[in-house]
Design a binder for this molecule. Structure first.
Ligand SMILES: [Zn+2]
Ligand SMILES: [Zn+2]
Length: 354
């Protein structure tokens, strides 16, 4: 089945990003992502969805929104909205009402940067999600490239170091985010995990110099969401958008950090006597199920059941695991890069039901 690389959670000049659509499209065409899912703060930009093309390449721009309550003293509780097709900011005050309104409009909601701790050294507040009584959301942003950067800023000197060596930032989703996801999954709900860039391409001043903090190109080669779709993109906007949103909703996706090595080609699937399942799917085994993992590079591959490791493989291209035990199975892969072990791939779960 085809695989599409999506950079999602991208800000533009419509909110606090510095790139115009044309500039961002150029960066996307250079780096080869298939889809950019834009989510400016508290604004849904209408009639801007289109294909940008250059030579033989094209990239699909889709419009979502990142909603939060601007009247809060510290502006926590950011929610990514896709496919609602109308402005949702009016509901921001009450997270449950917001999630419900999005669902009613046929859209999807994802809790953005669910763990986003304060960085006092650079004067940044904690903007984690706090309202965990909310239910009915589609999923979470498991790995947010920008929150991770923020979490490393223990001093101004470290901030400067990571601005100069951005490829040393990413190590994986926050443990708090992984634990929260496993906890939500243990409550029996399907929770789709996405990886977001939270790209802004902010301009910062360092002494006499101005420098762009992580250009869009950098993000597009970083933490992406990879979708498994029934067909390749056709170039027909409406049909492609429907297919892309269905794959996101079903969790036919994995989070891949593409800088150390391309994650394209990773697969996690399941087979039983009468059924097969992709990431995000449920499977009801009659006489057991075989979980299969394909890996596009040498790495450490961990299979987890209900948040606990059941098996690890080292440097294998293909892994298989037979089980009769119901549970929520997901895969994490780690890779050596720039002198340390770093998170590389985080799959959505396969739900083996009893
Ligand atoms: Zn945000
Ligand atoms: Zn954002």
């Amino acid at each position: 089945m085809p695989e599409l690389t999506v950079s999602l959670h991208v800000h533009t000049t419509y909110s606090d990003g510095t790139g115009t659509y044309a500039e961002i499209a150029q960066a996307a065409l250079e780096t080869g992502v298939d889809i950019v899912l834009l989510t400016d703060h508290n604004v849904l930009v209408q009639r801007a969805e289109k294909y940008y093309e250059e030579n033989q390449n094209r990239v699909l721009f889709l419009m979502g929104e990142e909603v939060h309550d601007r009247t809060r003293a510290i502006q926590k509780n950011h929610l990514l909205v896709f496919g609602a097709e109308k402005e949702m900011v009016g509901k921001a005050e009450n997270p449950q009402a917001l999630v419900d309104a999005i669902a009613q409009a046929g859209g999807m909601s994802f809790i953005a940067h669910l763990y986003d701790p304060a960085a006092p050294a650079v004067g940044e507040d904690d903007i984690s999600w706090i309202d965990w009584s909310v239910n009915g959301f589609t999923g979470i942003e498991l790995w947010n490239g920008f929150s991770e950067f923020k979490s490393r800023l223990k001093s101004k000197a470290l901030a400067l170091f990571y601005i100069c060596f951005p490829e040393r930032i990413a190590q994986g989703p926050a443990q708090e985010a992984l634990q929260r996801w496993d906890q939500l999954l243990s409550e029996g709900q399907r929770v789709v995990a996405l990886g977001g860039a939270d790209a802004h391409a902010l301009s910062v001043r360092i002494g006499p110099f101005r420098r762009t903090l992580f250009p869009y190109q950098f993000h597009f080669q970083g933490v992406n969401t990879h979708l498994i779709t029934p067909k390749p993109l056709s170039g027909q906007l409406a049909a492609d958008k429907k297919m892309v949103y269905e794959a996101i909703r079903e969790g036919h996706a994995f989070v891949g950090y593409d800088l150390p090595a391309p994650t394209h080609g990773f697969r996690f699937s399941a087979k039983s006597k009468y059924q097969s399942a992709l990431m995000g799917d449920e499977i009801f085994p009659e006489h057991g199920v075989t979980l299969q993992i394909s890996l596009p590079n040498r790495c450490e591959c961990r299979l987890l059941k209900d948040g606990k490791e059941v098996k690890t493989w080292i440097n294998r291209a293909v892994c298989a695991y037979n089980t009769t035990e119901p549970g929520v199975y997901r895969v994490e892969a780690y890779i050596q890069y720039k002198g340390r072990r770093r998170g590389w791939i985080f799959s959505n779960p396969i739900y083996v039901r009893g």
